[in-house]
Design a protein around this ligand. Structure first.
Ligand SMILES: Cc1cc2nc3c(=O)[nH]c(=O)nc-3n(C[C@H](O)[C@H](O)[C@H](O)COP(=O)(O)O)c2cc1C
Length: 179
């Protein structure tokens, strides 16, 4: 059955490696017949969460910037795919800021069930993405109907575009196909 899939690419760098990885996943999910939307945080205006918690009553954030539209897309997607560069052995600040700004989702009738993580880093140790996986699971733990459904990590890529030819691209494509 066709699913609504949202891919959120959080690197804002030109020729982003994690964005290429995200597109590979997108291609796989599309090949499997899913309805995939790709959102990049590039050129988006997203302020930090102020922590006022007005969102819990209003169902949206009081800050009127691009985060609200992305939050609505997360609300309505059945699968959410986060793509991030590893920054200091964690998810990027952009990704964390978007997660925080989507705090209105908490009391709402969110549709997402499967959550995926795609990440890239200069280092090629298999533990390099561990804290980012853990951080994303902290978010997922707050949504009882959601689960961590899978991940792809591409290590050893640093310069813009260095991911070209990396085996993780095929892995991401195949994971996208399994949704
Ligand atoms: C602020 C910052 C912190 C980073 N921290 C790490 C790190 O902890 N470990 C690592 O292996 N690479 C680290 N990197 C390298 C990036 O993960 C790497 O360049 C990656 O390919 C960037 O992905 P992108 O092209 O999608 O932005 C860091 C890069 C930046 C800019």
């Amino acid at each position: 059955m066709s699913k609504k899939v949202l891919v959120i690419s959080t690197s804002i760098r030109a020729k982003s490696n994690s964005e290429v990885l995200a597109h590979a996943f997108e291609d796989g999910a599309k090949a499997a017949g899913h309805d995939v939307e790709f959102v990049s945080l590039k050129d988006k205006n997203i302020a930090f969460c102020k922590g006022c918690l007005a969102c819990q009553k209003m169902g949206r954030c009081v800050i009127n910037d691009d985060a609200n539209e992305i939050t609505e897309k997360i609300l309505n997607a059945e699968a959410v795919v986060w793509a991030t560069p590893i920054y200091y052995y964690e998810m990027s600040g952009q990704m964390k800021t978007m997660i925080d700004r989507a705090n209105s989702l908490f009391p709402r009738d969110y549709q997402f069930r499967d959550v995926y993580l795609l990440s890239v880093a200069a280092e090629d140790d298999e533990e390099t993405d561990a804290r980012a996986v853990s951080g994303l699971n902290g978010w997922i733990d707050c949504f009882e109907h959601a689960r961590f459904a899978g991940k792809v990590f591409a290590g050893g890529v640093d310069a813009p575009g260095a991911i070209e030819g990396h085996p993780a691209l095929k892995e991401a494509y195949e994971l996208g196909k399994t949704i």
